[in-house]
Ligand binder design. Structure first.
Ligand code: ZN
Length: 322
């Protein structure tokens, strides 16, 4: 009995030792886990995670960050930013981000609640439209009695990125915000921004040179996205609707007809890729050609896409205004 007891004690001592060793091994494991967690944190610090609300601001941010940051878009191209509803993935993306870049001017209506839900106290927010003077009026159209203007009395028309000069200001705002959030990559942000700004300056010169041949050209759009571009280059945009719709309403058509009757309208412009039968028959009735004009709310995610799309816009404006 006694022998058995002793054996048991030894055994239990042995298992105690085994237990201790297991504990030690576990601790080492936990420690090394901690270490690798620290490594991950350090990596995140080296490569900041930047989430951007939608395409134009994404293009500008990507141009400034180059390869030194992980960038992610919240509203995928092809989804309408104007009445966007946030997803749980958006909340997750913001929760784990270092920086959030938005266009501002009330365009990202979904954002306030989404940021609140993400509970990310370390998040740095960059408003790309800081210090840009907005156009508050809805572009002049011959109104019917529909009054559901979304930007009215809010922050003004948000489509500032379609004016290359304001686009430049947005790039500067994004650059400065990124430098504040991630000073370690200051030189990269400055160099990348300078190169992109140079291209924006060239684009602005090209717009000015080309469109000064057609001063006061009045055109109709089916998306109130071009008042800044029109103002910059001495054109007149008359927007029949604020946001592109799948189908024009009879009231939209009547607005267009009234505007054409009252003003010397040169051309109609609609978002590229929209095949609208009503618009085609309207253009036939009014004897005005419909040209594509890209608001850049949809398109490719390469920063150079901005210049490609804007040069197409310039070509179509010049042709339409001739
Ligand atoms: Zn828009």
């Amino acid at each position: 009995m006694l022998g058995n007891y002793i054996k048991l004690t030894i055994r239990s001592r042995r298992s105690n030792i085994l237990g201790l060793m297991t504990l030690l091994l576990l601790s080492v494991g936990i420690l090394s886990c901690k270490e690798s967690n620290n490594k991950t944190e350090n990596n995140t610090q080296e490569r900041p995670k930047v989430v951007i609300t939608f395409l134009p601001v994404y293009l500008f941010t990507k141009a400034v960050t180059g390869d030194v940051a992980d960038v992610e878009i919240l509203v995928p191209p092809g989804t309408d930013i104007h009445d966007y509803q946030a997803t749980p993935d958006n909340v997750k993306a913001i929760a784990t981000a270092n920086v959030l870049v938005k266009n501002g001017l009330g365009l990202e209506a979904f954002l306030t609640e989404t940021v609140k839900n993400a509970k990310n106290t370390k998040l740095v927010e960059i408003d790309a439209s800081t210090s840009i003077k907005v156009i508050n009026d809805i572009s002049p159209v011959e109104e019917t009695n529909e009054k559901d203007h979304k930007y009215e009395h809010t922050a003004g028309n948000p489509h500032v990125w379609l004016d290359p000069v304001f686009a430049k200001q947005q790039v500067i705002n994004i650059r400065d915000g990124l430098i504040t959030a991630d000073p370690g990559n200051k030189t990269t942000y400055e160099a990348n921004a300078a190169a992109y700004i140079q291209e924006l300056d060239n684009l602005n010169n090209e717009f000015r040179r080309t469109l000064q041949k057609t001063p006061n050209c009045t055109f109709i759009t089916f998306h109130d996205a071009f008042p800044y571009m029109a103002k910059r280059y001495n054109l007149k945009q008359m927007a029949v609707v604020e946001i592109p719709e799948d189908q024009l309403s009879p009231a939209d058509v009547q607005n267009a007809i009234n505007a054409v009757k009252k003003y010397k309208v040169k051309a109609l412009f609609s978002e590229p890729g929209i095949d609208n039968k009503l618009l085609t028959s309207l253009s036939q009735d009014l004897q005005l050609t419909v040209y594509p004009l890209n608001s850049l709310e949809n398109g490719e995610t390469n920063p150079q896409y901005y210049f490609q799309a804007m040069k197409d816009n310039l070509k179509n404006l010049a042709t339409g205004c001739k």
